[in-house]
Design a protein around this ligand. Structure first.
Ligand code: AMP
Ligand code: ZN
Length: 464
């Protein structure tokens, strides 16, 4: 059975052929560790965990190398360190922020049933040349300068986008089109407005490394080019991340890697997950419409969050709702009960077939429902396949008894209470008691719930 994957660069679904079937290589951009990850950040982690599991199934568990980096140098991290640890020297404060956040992230994604990647390099370990000779950022930047793809200006080292004939191919943005509307005053030292920073100077209050261009720190994009090359080589199989990374991040990773190594490709397949949304808007830190993985794990088992994520194909937007979570929780309660700790069996072919079609997880779930029905009707072979499929996908990590016991303990979001409050509010509005209806709306907001009124009534969603 061929695995077919959609490639953002060629805009087509193609049969996946690894460069080396004995070492299939996958890179996914990881978190910037300054704060709790939100459930939107969990989407690429879960989606690419499913891909990792599929690749391990097809090529063998020791035949796949998965690298997911940790971005531990970033101005947001500096700001957070200064805010939270004003008394400490900056480096120490930064270490406190990044270590605590990285540990939290690890615990969160473990709870979501994600396997640890093969390597999780930290950017700060790849700034300067390394004793083990693995690719580092300073050496990559030197190579880019030597090959005529980068230049020093205004205290920075910049990538010269005009030096690359097909810059912009991933995002489909042409250089000429980007000239218009550029902020000329801010970018006066750049040869072209799309030129981006490889290295910038640090003030005494900012983290910095001694480099051929003075004390400074790397730009964001160069770190992934360095860590990918360090573990996966100059050209590898699959590079992934969220849609928002296509431009500028992945576009610039491609430019740096190809121009530094003189290659035709950084990765042979580029995969991007769609956004997780709340009320039609991308969940993000900056807009404030986010709920952290940690908060959700207080109310729901990690496997419920995982299943809820996989109900939508990775390419499409997901609307994250309490209703969806409730349905996913019900499904899993039933699946645990029907699988009943069945041990034997291999994953069902039809599950593999669904995933082979560009990770068609909605189709996969439909297949699981069919297996479940056959198992519930007493077909032991199907029960074995059902349980083995679920385990391969990162479910059934607990015994059926533990699952049932946990369910009783966990309270979850109290949907009945929220429905009751909404009924009270509807009644208050019918009585034109707007003071009371506003009070109830505020109470719902405090519970982390937003409501939407329409002619068909009032609906609600989590919006913390
Ligand atoms: P960030 O910490 O913002 O760099 O994001 C880390 C990863 O999460 C990247 O792969 C982003 O594309 C992804 N991401 C961030 N927000 C969302 C969202 N609302 N839905 C899906 N993926 C997201
Ligand atoms: Zn990256």
């Amino acid at each position: 059975m061929d695995l077919r994957l959609y490639d953002t660069l060629t805009k087509e679904k193609r049969v996946f052929a690894p460069i080396d079937a004995d070492n299939v290589r996958l890179y996914v951009c990881g978190p910037t560790v300054y704060d709790f990850a939100h459930i939107g950040n969990a989407r690429p982690v879960i989606v690419f965990d499913v891909l990792f599991r599929m690749l391990r199934y097809i090529y063998g568990p020791d035949q796949v190398t998965y690298v997911r980096n940790i971005t531990d140098v970033d101005d947001k991290i500096n700001d957070r360190a200064l805010r939270d640890f004003p008394g400490l020297p900056l480096n120490e404060a930064i270490r406190k922020v990044t270590e605590a956040t990285a540990n939290q992230f690890q615990a969160d994604v473990d709870a979501l049933g994600c396997l640890p990647p093969t390597h999780q390099p930290r950017a700060t370990d790849f700034v300067l040349p390394r004793p083990d000779g693995k690719t580092d950022m300073v050496t990559l930047i030197q190579q880019l300068i030597a090959r005529g793809h980068a230049y020093e200006a205004g205290g920075e080292v910049l990538f010269d986008t005009q030096s690359m004939a097909d810059y912009g191919a991933l995002s489909g943005r042409k250089l000429e089109e980007q000239q218009a509307g550029a902020r000329v005053a801010v970018d006066a030292h750049k040869k072209h407005p799309t030129d981006f920073v490889l290295w910038k100077q640090s003030s005494a209050e900012e983290p910095g490394w001694e480099s051929p261009w003075g004390r400074g720190r790397p730009g964001w994009h160069i770190e992934c080019s360095a860590m990918a090359a360090a573990y996966l080589g100059e050209t590898f199989d699959i590079h992934g991340g969220g849609l928002d990374l296509i431009f500028p991040h992945h576009e610039n990773e491609i430019a740096q890697s190809r121009c530094a190594h003189g290659t035709h490709a950084m990765a042979n397949y580029w995969m991007h997950n769609g956004f997780l949304q709340v009320e039609g808007e991308k969940m993000s830190k900056s807009t404030g419409n986010f709920v952290t993985i940690r908060e959700l794990l207080n109310d729901w088992p990690g496997e419920v969050l995982r299943l809820n994520m996989l109900k939508t194909h990775y390419h499409s937007p997901i609307d994250w709702t309490v209703k969806g979570l409730e349905e996913s929780a019900k499904t899993l309660d039933d699946w645990y009960w029907v699988a009943a700790d069945s041990k034997g069996g291999h994953p069902a072919n039809k599950v593999i077939e669904a995933l082979s079609d560009d990770l068609n997880t909605p189709q996969m779930i439909a297949v699981l429902h069919g297996l479940r029905n056959n198992a519930a009707a007493g077909d032991e072979k199907e029960r074995g396949k059902f349980a083995a499929s679920l385990r391969m996908l990162g479910f059934l990590s607990e015994s059926a008894a533990d699952w049932a016991a946990r369910k009783q303990q966990a309270s979850g979001i109290d949907a009945a209470k929220i429905d009751g409050l909404i009924a009270d509010r509807t009644a208050a509005r019918a009585n034109k008691d707007f003071k009371e209806s506003d009070r109830i709306r505020d109470e719902l907001a405090a519970l982390g719930v937003t409501i939407k009124d329409s002619k068909d009534g009032t609906t609600w969603e989590i919006a913390r």
